[in-house]
Write a protein of this length. Sequence first.
Length: 349
Amino acid sequence: MSRYRIIKQLGQGGNSTVFMGKDLETGQKVTVKKCRAGEMGYDIHVKKSLENEARILGKLKHPAIPKLIESRDDEIVLEYVPGKSLEKVMLAEGVFKEKEALVIAKEVIAILRYLHGLREPVIYRDLKPANVVLKPNGHVSLIDFGAARIYRYSDCSDTVNLGTLGFAAPEQFGNLGQTDPRTDIYCFGMMLLQLVSGVDTKDTEAVANYKQNGVKGISSEFMHIIDKCTRPDRDDRFKSAREIEDALNDFPKRQIKRKAAMWVKLASISAVASLMISFGTPKVPLLFKMAENDMNLRIPAVLGRIANAKTRIEEMIDKKGEKDGVVSLYIYDNTDSTVSYSGNGQHSY
């Protein structure tokens, strides 16, 4: 790998370290992923994992997935993806608004549809904000295929259980059969929930609270999609990425219908209220009588306070009036009379 010069470290996981490098022949930036050596050298499982990642990436051709450039036993070289992970964006700028999350969701689910639709479907198994890069052009890329596997209909279970706690589906850690496209759908839903709420997905109580009560600023239609993605039983989830795409494209229309129905309901309530006032009910006269009694008590008290205020103003002006100038003050009350005060203490009506 003397063709590549390491520039800086980008990240580090349990089994590997990722660097930004430069291709000395082309001058292009690259990503170099190296196995991390332990005390006894490279672990055989770590090397197999990297070989598996290189094998899968070598079969993929998608603009949002980094291309494999070269590989060897202990490292692989990939196309460099500029930008920041969604995790870093969220830490720096806060949670995503619904419109922003919707754009990201559509692009990510399109990547999953591609992976699941291959002749040999690829199950990504580690979808989370840290593995989705938001590029400078506003589009996203999916990185780190270290946990990915080929789905084979004849397999009864995964050979290795991999995934990130909090995002991984229940079947990734139990004897519930091999992971399938619905496993990625679960991870997708948990990722969306964190993007719009900022929840720690390992906090099961907080996750359940958001799913039950919703997230401020997020529509019920969007939350329904998240809920259906993240149901414990995979048979209750969306069956495919295509189904989710249809739901994401359709939910704005359902939003409009819900809001229209709400306005119709409000209009109906208003119409009923108008009829009650127009034609009367046994309670309407009572309400008017209560309002009349309340006003009869309040109006004299208000008029008394106005009279007291007039007296205090007269005293103030009489004491502080100036002979050389005239200060005029006009007070209007409900008797249609005007009281005029001058600075010499005289007043007229």
